[in-house]
Design a protein around this ligand. Structure first.
Ligand SMILES: [Fe+2]
Ligand SMILES: [Fe+2]
Length: 144
């Protein structure tokens, strides 16, 4: 008897919800990319693949820099009033991930579920509290 093919579908650890779309295409795509990279890190938990982990973490940092820069450029160009508080949230999160990467490189830190859970919480909260408002504002300015 042939065995059934192994299903590749699994519940994602983190996903961009439909309700989290900000309706500015480039921002939604970047948010999806962020969720995908966190999900890839989740898949690596407990596998002891330090090189792949470092590679994806570096990719995550690069994507975050690009993404935050995208939002901050939109905010500057439109003289968005909440620019500074929104940027501060970005800076704080980026520093946290960079500190973690440095710990990983120095061998003082290891990829762990707690970190990924905090990324997930930050992602959903930041979109809900900051990016959705920015998105509404940009759509009003005809930026989509
Ligand atoms: Fe943001
Ligand atoms: Fe964002």
């Amino acid at each position: 008897m042939e065995s059934l093919p192994r299903t590749k579908s699994r519940k994602k650890f983190i996903e961009l919800e439909k309700s989290e779309y900000v309706n500015v295409q480039i921002i939604d795509e970047q948010h999806k990319k962020f969720a995908e990279l966190i999900d890839e890190l989740y898949e690596l938990l407990g596998l002891n693949k330090p090189e792949t982990t470092k590679y994806i973490l570096n990719q995550l940092i690069t994507e975050l820099q690009i993404h935050f820069n995208t939002e901050e450029t939109f905010m500057k160009e439109t003289k968005y009033v909440n620019f500074f508080s929104h940027k501060m949230e970005h800076d704080r999160f980026l520093k946290k991930i960079e500190d973690f990467r440095n710990g990983l490189l120095q061998g003082t830190d290891k990829l762990n579920l707690e970190l990924l859970k905090s990324c997930k919480t930050w992602f959903h909260n930041h979109i809900k509290l900051n990016d959705k408002k920015l998105g509404d504002f940009l759509v009003e300015q005809n930026i989509q």
